[in-house]
Design a protein around this ligand. Structure first.
Ligand code: NAI
Ligand code: MG
Length: 336
């Protein structure tokens, strides 16, 4: 029987690039049943009062599987962030962001294979306790992380490293300054690393991590870190291999998984049919891996890499003059 999956096309470039991924999936016939729902601006435009409507929640509770385009969070209007809300509601505690070099892209490095594992719910990025004093002179935010959250994400990173035959997990932190939150994360990391004799454990302070990633990225394998640091470090990693248009991400929980691009809705290029679809296309490959279809996932990756290497109708961010549609055609022609 078919696997149900919730589709969120998103805002801005989202519908173009999600449609590209669906065209590619259609060729593979992976036996998926799509349920399309709207969140974010698209939901508000449909007359919903919340950016995460009940209809979307019910669909995701049913399917436990989501392919999602980027969503615009209307800022400064009192709406919550769609992504933060969904990560919390569905307990999507692990955000996995692989950056694998692609031959043929104009990037600084051509042989990188780094996976960022980001704690996806706690810390500063959770948006908790955001207050501004009435006179506008004092701002506050709350950063909370529990031992349980630290243990869960660090174990996830080591287990993933082991399952994928990776050699090293680097824990990125700022325990020298943020002694409580980052300090707890580091302490738990040191405990847990001892349970994994087969995987090398390394620690780096996050600012130095940024510098080392730019200068010596080959030193990194799997990076595990807290929410806000992971947000920044994973974009940095995407920049090392040729940009955000290439970077997929997976949000993983016990009962639910959501696959999406790392980037946002790119309002500057929306509606122009020039967005690079690769991020969401590779996210769909991560989704196929997750539901036990590694062969289909590999076909997608191979076709993407071949189209990029051949510079066939690539989008402007990759130096080509192709469109989202024509580049998707080029990928489809290479699915074999
Ligand atoms: P962005 O990631 O949308 O864009 C940053 C830059 O990268 C822009 O110049 C854009 O044109 C380029 N870019 C991004 N994706 C591309 C692609 N597929 N092909 C070619 N170029 C691409 O970041 P920005 O502008 O800061 O955010 C725009 C909106 O997206 C905001 O409302 C933000 O809240 C939202 N956002 C949503 C995310 C999600 O739904 N997962 C993640 C990040 C931001
Ligand atoms: Mg981000």
């Amino acid at each position: 029987s078919n696997t149900p999956v919730t589709i969120i096309k998103g805002d801005g470039i989202g519908p173009d690039i999600v449609n590209a991924a669906l065209r590619i999936l259609d060729v593979l016939e992976p036996g998926l049943d799509y349920e399309e729902v709207k969140v974010g601006q698209a939901a508000l435009d449909d007359g919903e009062s919340d950016v995460v409507p009940q209809s979307a929640i019910e669909s995701i509770e049913r399917t436990g599987l989501v392919l999602k385009g980027p969503v615009t969070t209307p800022s400064g209007k009192g709406y919550r962030s769609v992504n933060v809300a969904m990560r919390k509601h569905f307990d999507l505690y692990a955000n996995v962001r692989p950056t694998l070099s692609m031959p043929g892209t104009k990037s600084r490095y051509n042989d990188l294979d780094i996976i960022t594992v980001r704690e996806n719910k706690g810390g500063m990025y959770s948006g908790e306790g955001q207050t501004l004093s009435a006179d506008g002179t004092r701002a506050e935010a709350l950063s909370v992380i529990t031992r349980e959250q630290c243990e869960r994400i660090i174990r996830f990173a080591f287990d993933m490293a082991r399952a994928r035959g990776r050699k090293k997990v680097t824990l990125a932190h700022k325990a020298n300054i943020m002694k409580s939150t980052s300090g707890l994360f580091l302490a738990v990391g040191r405990e847990i690393s001892g349970e994994y004799d087969d995987i090398e454990h390394d620690e780096v302070i996050v600012d130095a991590c940024a510098m080392k990633l730019v200068m010596y990225p080959e030193q990194f394998d799997v990076i595990v870190t807290t929410n806000l640091f992971g947000d920044i470090i994973s974009d940095l990693c995407a920049g090392l291999i040729g940009g955000l248009g290439l970077a997929p991400g997976a949000n993983i929980g016990e009962d639910c998984a959501m696959f999406e691009a790392v980037h946002g809705s790119a309002p500057d290029i929306a509606g122009k049919n020039i967005a690079n679809p690769i991020s969401v296309v590779l996210a769909s490959a991560l989704m196929l891996d997750h539901i036990g279809q590694p062969d289909n996932a590999a076909r997608i990756r191979k076709a993407v890499r071949a189209a990029v290497a051949d510079h066939d109708r690539t989008t402007p961010d990759l130096g080509g003059d192709g469109s989202t549609d024509s580049f998707t055609d080029a990928i489809i022609e290479r699915l074999g």
